[in-house]
Design a protein around this ligand. Sequence first.
Ligand code: ADP
Ligand code: MG
Length: 249
Amino acid sequence: METAKAILETRGLSRSFSGFVAVNDVNFSVRERTIHALIGPNGAGKSTLFNLLTRFLPATAGQIYYDGTDITHASPASLARQGLVRSFQISSVFPHLSVLENVRIALQSRHGETMDFWLSDRRLRKYDEEVMSLLADIGLENYAQRIAIELPYGRKRALELATTLAMNPRVILLDEPMAGMGQEDIQRTSALIQKVAQGRTVLMVEHNLSVVADISDTITVLRRGEIIAEGTYDIVSADPEVRQAYIGG
Ligand code: ADP
Ligand code: MG
């Protein structure tokens, strides 16, 4: 594969919790326009690394670079404005608003428009075309008028992805996008991730190894806060230390 430039990179990144080192001196690099999976046994430090990359957690040591810029001290909100957007966050969807309204609010916020739900119809309508085109991309066009809380689980997650896309991200970070899904939703989400990855970079933490094998360009395996293997699925799955980590934890 041709080598794309690194869009996201860490140097010596560490995070301790009262002396316990959850992420230990990690040098990590995500190439632009790839699907990159972060895997590893429970407690390996995946979520912590994710939280460090999105600045939901401050690092104890080390640096993070986004598109060549040091973002070690940036705020999550400013990163989102710069196109580094995290999806499947707990409260990214307003449960009692419709699918259309949810995506419209995300678009409004990206365009710096007030989050006022009672904007005049005329001002709201101008977003509807963009909302509907986004919903069509995600396969939610027939759900536009449905109330978010009433959506089937898989569709709710798709809506979260739609609100993420409304932010016009360059890099999308997905934390266990298939968690809690049945086989049908897993297949659908997997196809959706490949679709949204076109022209973008996707970094995901995911436990479903068959999905990871299917769609990832690169896989990083973490264990006890350290990278123990990296590469294609064939390479990392053949690695004795990786096999040991999955058996021995
Ligand atoms: P993973 O997502 O790979 O399962 P985590 O990043 O959640 O792992 O956790 C890595 C280690 O750091 C675990 O041992 C966990 O107990 C510890 N840890 C994570 N967050 C905290 C926290 N806020 N306070 C104390 N320990 C934490
Ligand atoms: Mg985790």
